[in-house]
Write a protein that binds this ligand. Structure first.
Ligand SMILES: [Zn+2]
Length: 580
């Protein structure tokens, strides 16, 4: 049974998991959050809903500090630059964020400190003293995975402080033989006592479980991961929300100092999801709007009661969004909006292995756009979204899908009919003839399929929606094949004119329906048709008369070119190694 998230509300808050700042993301990251979120946002806007679509860069934490050090830049400067790089690539993929924020913003600092203060007021924060490894030469505490040494279990000499990669044994940094800093290699390490704040998630466990149990329509992938963390082993654990780092949101209790916490910052996973809220506030700031403009999306006491909130993310992010972030929101005791629906994704693999940022394996977002325009990638990625299982990118499959679906089915239909009309009637919608049974049958088929397409889009069944859209494109070709206006024209030009008029209008209909998947092709098609009527076809028969008799158009350039075997082989070779 297809899930059936609520769509009766007319306001949709949509967030994509926020990409980490330390580099350009690969196509697996893109299809696991930002791209499907964009598809949904575009669809909801097209259906006339008010949409707030927020994404941001996730900028705090040790990896950002280390990436900045490697680049020889102060971390704030590095993050500002990388944010611009990611924003530019997002524009290249036509990701239609209402705002692309930054978790390092003043808004996020203030909100993160606010939530921590409220949690403390409600008795949900505990101060815990713990022992942590300090590197004298690095002048900093080291997170477990930045301590390396020899594994006591198998003797592997590059085991990390949290786990040995070789034998997979879970480790404590103090288990390692000859431990050293993974940052500098220094062995001058010592164990120091340091105090941290813990969020008492265990005391919110029953509330979280009841909330998750109430979400009957969530994907199994989402609820199964949440339940595992709630119940497996000792169940949900309290969680440290502060770190001994320089880069991050300084620990404060609201706007007041937090005695004993000087020089510490909140853990990146505490502040990152709060950026969804802060990013909406940044949006209001950027447009010179008052606080009420963003609060009506987030505060149920300020108008957010009728908002439907949907989050998109890869499965690795589910625990933080089903447990940690809701714990923050619930624990605040304030009427903040909780998520209504979580759409989570499995992994996209690359040509027989995994995409890997750390190893530079696969195709990265900037490289993809160097090879082909965004629509080709959007179509392949969305129509192969890893919804129910992991899926795999291969160049053969990519070539086949682009050539068949985009060039042969959609592109060919547009090209055939616009060129035929130009040669027989000129570049305007022709007059004459009447619609017959085959046209009525086409309209009925289109109506049935479009209603099905809408159902899949509303349910975020992305692969099924893509398949339905492909079938809708196919109906046009089947109609042309059967009607054969080029033959009819010889004996009955009036009838051929009626068929051509319908088919030209069908091109506009396709542009409207396809826009969430392939926005550039859709926009250029509408432009060639000389119309800005992108209204949704609630009444398909009426939509097929939107371009009236005599309406002028220009025959569009090739909508989608075919990918040649040479190109495919070339790209296969180019992307077979690791990114330098
Ligand atoms: Zn080992």
């Amino acid at each position: 049974m297809a899930p059936n998230p609520p769509v009766n509300s007319h306001r949709h808050l949509i967030t994509s998991a926020i990409p980490y700042i330390n580099g350009i993301k690969h196509l697996g990251n893109l299809v696991g959050s930002q791209l499907p979120a964009d598809l949904y946002a575009r669809y909801m806007r097209a259906r006339g809903h008010e949409v707030m679509f927020i994404c941001a860069t996730d900028e705090h934490g040790t990896p950002a500090e280390l990436a900045a050090a490697k680049a020889g830049k102060p971390v704030a400067e590095y993050c500002a630059e990388m944010h611009e790089v990611q924003a530019e690539i997002a524009r290249g993929f036509r990701l239609s964020f209402d705002h692309f924020g930054r978790s390092s913003s003043a808004r996020n600092h203030a909100l993160t400190q606010h939530f921590a203060g409220k949690l403390a007021d409600n008795g949900l924060i505990e101060e815990v003293s713990e022992k942590q490894v300090y590197s004298i030469d690095d002048g900093r505490y080291l997170p477990d995975r930045y301590i390396e040494g020899t594994c006591p279990n198998c003797g592997y000499d590059r085991a990390r402080g949290d786990q040995c990669e070789n034998c997979t044994k879970q480790l404590d940094p103090t288990d390692l033989i000859n431990p050293r800093s993974a940052i500098s290699g220094s062995t001058r390490l010592e164990v120091r006592e340091t105090k941290h704040l813990y969020l008492k998630q265990r005391s919110l466990r029953a509330k979280l479980e009841a909330w998750i149990d109430s979400k009957h329509d969530w994907p199994i992938l989402t609820t199964s991961i949440a339940k595992k963390w709630l119940n497996d082993g000792e169940g949900l654990q309290d969680r440290g929300i502060t770190r001994d780092l320089n880069w991050g949101v300084p620990v404060k209790r609201g706007d007041q100092p937090w005695p004993g916490m000087e020089g510490k910052v909140f853990y990146v996973w505490f502040d990152a999801p709060i950026e969804y809220i802060a990013g909406t506030a940044e949006w209001a700031d950027a447009h010179g709007l008052p606080d009420s403009a963003w609060q009506r999306w987030w505060r149920t006491d300020m108008g957010a009661d009728d908002v439907t909130y949907t989050q998109f993310m890869g499965k690795d992010n589910v625990p933080f969004h089903t447990l940690s972030f809701p714990a923050t929101i619930m624990g605040s005791g304030e009427p903040w909006k909780l998520v209504d629906y979580i759409k989570s994704f499995n992994y996209l693999n690359y040509d027989g292995g995994q995409f890997s940022t750390s190893q530079g394996r696969g195709v990265f977002m900037d490289q993809a756009l160097e090879v082909l325009p965004a629509d080709y990638w959007r179509w392949w990625l969305l129509s192969h979204a890893p919804e129910n299982a992991d899926s795999e990118f291969t160049w053969e499959n990519f070539q086949t899908a682009a050539n068949k679906d985009l060039a042969d089915v959609l592109g060919n239909f547009v090209s055939r009919i616009t060129k035929f009309c130009r040669s027989k009637f000129g570049e305007a919608v022709p007059d004459g003839g009447t619609m017959g049974d085959s046209e009525t049958a086409l309209i009925n088929d289109l109506t049935a399929r479009i209603r099905t397409y809408e159902g899949f889009m509303e349910a975020m069944e992305i692969r099924k929606a893509a398949a339905e859209l492909r079938a809708i494109w196919g109906l046009g070709n089947e109609y042309l094949q059967a009607a054969a206006p080029w033959t009819v024209f010889k004996t009955d030009p009036e009838q051929a004119a009626a068929q051509t008029r319908l088919a030209l209008n069908l091109i506009r209909l396709y542009a409207v329906l396809s826009a969430p998947f392939i926005p550039d092709a859709s926009a250029s098609t509408l432009e060639a048709l000389g119309t800005d009527d992108a209204s949704w076809p609630d009444d398909v028969a009426a939509a097929l008369t939107a371009l009236p008799v005599g309406h002028a158009y220009t025959t569009p350039e090739v909508l989608f070119r075919k990918i040649t075997d040479e190109e495919r082989e070339d790209w296969q070779t180019r992307f077979s190694g690791i990114r330098s």
